[in-house]
Design a protein. Structure first.
Length: 512
């Protein structure tokens, strides 16, 4: 079934029992054992193409022989099955987009990827030639002894054969992230920066990039009614400007409320939205977003056209501002800081945020989390390659860089309070409209970046984290502790960066 449209896929998915229909028309599916990515089951074929180009410390390898055996068994397994094939683009930049062929065993997977990638025009379908093929068969079971895997689940990427094989998991996000991985490998060779980020545009040559790990506010802060949303997750930065890799959104559904996120909530009652592991009453077909019995990582996939004020072209001009978001649960970082290009590279390679107590079993106090490039699991190349490219683009286009903490103030999690969203919005808006550049700044003693001392409408005390703590010496101890975490984490990158980036490291003060 080639390039079936949304209605055809919707009809097939329901008729075969793959999915059920919720009130409003969304498709509800359950993915079973795998409700998120299977990181330990992802492999890259190690051969002459990838030997010296892939960051093997971060990417598990598979031999060409194991891949060949896997591919042979995949073909035998799929023989005689009804399959759904889509020809799609990864990337909105007409000069740098990736034509892919995606073959799915499930109709709802085919609908999902039509939402998430970019659909060619009728003219573009004519003569369409794919560069990569991705085949997803949830019913396939890998054999670790025969295929070199660690379980019956497998995501195998072969850059030489331009083929990705996904088996043993129904979690649709594996297909989406495979495209991201491919683009992360290919684009840097063209001088194009792949980014795990959101992007919005004020329409006045003032596009903004938002980096941030889960829980930092990346989606919330980039969704601004006064600015056009280019995309919420994966983008490229080329000589033509910024561009979305995707044509849709893949949003978390757990604890979703109409009041907090009305635009995303509205998509859950739209025809054709795909809802993964969202609990539904079998009689009333009402959805319960607060029930996590199926998964904490319940998800919804929908085309970006479902979001008001979103860009359908997926493109905008060069960025004016770059924002790195962190939810600092130690209560140490200021709500906003101005970064030099070298500091921006340092914090990009660090990819810092913090988990709070209770988020995971055994986490009883704030825990630092570092995910390099704000997307470590999807980086085939060494982080320094992405860091250097980012630094070059920041310098070339004179981009202002900011570190924004949406975490805690007045003390760490459990003692202090969450950074007021009103203050974050005010500071962010001042950064985006350029007015914050005219503020007075102080140099932070520990982290070395510049921090504004005042902004109209913002309590000046919040701009100096130490002053918000009841015990300044306790703040000093916590700041030194976090600074040391940064330094220890960055040691693996020191040999790969220039002296100015190494010098951007925090300077922990000696404490009695």
């Amino acid at each position: 079934m080639k390039n079936w449209n949304e209605a055809q896929l919707y009809e097939r998915s329901v008729s075969t029992g793959e999915s059920r229909v919720a009130k409003g028309g969304a498709l509800v599916v359950e993915t079973g054992l795998h409700t998120g990515r299977s990181a330990k089951d992802k492999f890259t074929v190690r051969d002459a193409t990838t030997e010296d180009t892939v960051w093997w410390d971060n990417n598990a390898s598979m031999t060409p022989a194991h891949f060949d055996a896997l591919w042979e068994d995949f073909q035998a397994h799929l023989e005689g099955k009804d399959l759904f094939m889509q020809q799609l683009f990864g990337g909105a930049d007409l000069d740098h987009r990736l034509p892919v062929r995606v073959v799915n065993e499930y109709a709802w997977h085919s609908l999902f990827i039509r939402h998430l990638l970019r659909i060619p025009t009728k003219a573009e379908y004519h003569g369409f030639e794919h560069d990569f093929t991705i085949i997803n068969s949830p019913s396939f079971r890998a054999d670790p002894a025969k295929h070199g895997t660690v379980s019956e689940t497998v995501i195998a990427v072969n850059f030489t054969k331009k083929l990705v094989l996904i088996g043993g998991t129904s979690y649709a996000g594996e297909t989406k992230k495979s495209v991201f991985t491919i683009l992360n490998y290919l684009l840097p060779t063209k001088g194009v920066m792949p980014m795990h980020c959101s992007v919005n545009d004020g329409g006045n040559n003032d596009a903004a990039i938002f980096f941030g790990l889960s829980g930092t506010g990346k989606t919330t802060l980039s969704a601004d009614a006064s600015r056009e949303l280019i995309g919420d997750d994966e983008h490229g930065w080329s000589e033509n400007g910024l561009f979305n890799f995707e044509g849709g959104c893949y949003a978390k559904m757990i604890n979703l409320s109409k009041e907090a996120e009305p635009e995303i909530y509205a998509t859950t009652s739209m025809w054709g939205t795909v809802l993964e592991n969202v609990v539904m009453d079998p009689e009333t077909r009402e959805l319960d977003f607060f029930d996590n019995s199926l998964a904490e990582n319940s998800r919804g996939a929908y085309p970006i056209s479902a979001i008001e004020n979103a860009s359908l072209s997926g493109r905008c001009g060069q960025p004016k501002n770059l924002i790195m978001l962190t939810a600092d649960a130690f209560g140490v970082l200021p709500p906003i800081a101005k970064l030099t290009p070298a500091q921006a590279m340092y914090h990009f390679l660090s990819g810092y945020t913090a988990k709070v107590a209770g988020t995971e079993k055994g986490v009883t106090e704030p825990t630092a989390t570092f995910s390099t490039c704000f997307g470590g699991p999807f980086m085939p190349r060494h982080p320094s390659e992405y860091g250097k490219l980012l630094g070059q683009l920041i310098d070339k286009y004179n981009v202002n860089c900011w570190l924004v903490s949406t975490g805690w103030t007045g003390g760490p999690y459990g003692t202090g309070n969450r950074m007021p969203i009103k203050a974050t919005r005010a500071l962010l808006n001042a950064a985006l409209d350029g007015s914050l550049l005219n503020a007075q700044y102080r140099t932070d003693e520990t982290f070395g970046f510049e921090v504004p001392t005042a902004l109209d409408g913002v309590d000046p005390s919040i701009l100096n984290p130490r002053s918000t703590w009841s015990n300044g010496e306790a703040y000093d101890v916590q700041a030194a502790k976090l600074a040391d975490m940064f330094v220890q984490n960055f040691k693996v990158y020191e040999a790969h960066v220039e002296a100015d980036v190494r010098a951007a490291a925090p300077r922990a003060r000696a404490l009695a």
